[in-house]
Design a protein. Structure first.
Length: 151
């Protein structure tokens, strides 16, 4: 298997109602093609959806700016990284959700499910990138990638 990472990046308007669903569909197609185990793909898809939904819902950005989502499989490291970038500089902040709140648990979800996550300020001060990483199971990392079977 080649040592280079496999990457997909998509950009879309945050105001388009089906953008998050389209991104999930594109990710799932790559996850299947790359042989990512189903449980890892399910977790990654949930985290991608959370990151994109938050970017669409909470990031205030100038008209005409798109949101981008990138997912990268690095077979040699057994690592899947998902990044969502928007043009808003405001970094996400954890908040205490009450039992009745319908929102406010996204960062808890990232902490609970991702191997690690963080934020980066984008170059030239135009927004941020929120990213998560998921470690593939060790026995599968060596056999995962385009054209490979995980089982």
């Amino acid at each position: 298997m080649p040592n280079q990472p496999f990457t997909t990046t998509i950009s879309f308007s945050p105001r388009a109602p089906r953008s998050v669903g389209r991104a999930r569909h594109a990710f799932r197609a790559d996850a299947d093609a790359w042989g990512i185990p189903e449980d890892t793909a399910d977790t990654a898809e949930l985290l991608l959806s959370e990151l994109l939904t938050n970017a669409c819902r909470y990031a205030k950005y100038p008209p005409g700016r798109d949101i981008s989502a990138t997912w990268t499989l690095t077979p040699t490291a057994g690592l899947l990284r998902i990044e969502v970038s928007d043009a808003n500089r405001r970094l996400p902040k954890p908040r205490q959700a009450t039992a009745d709140d319908e929102a406010g648990r996204g960062l808890e979800l990232l902490t609970a499910l991702a191997t690690t996550w963080s934020t980066d300020v984008r170059p030239f001060g135009i927004g941020k990138t929120v990213w998560v990483e998921l470690k593939l199971p060790t026995e599968l990392a060596a056999t995962t990638g385009p054209g490979r079977s995980s089982g």
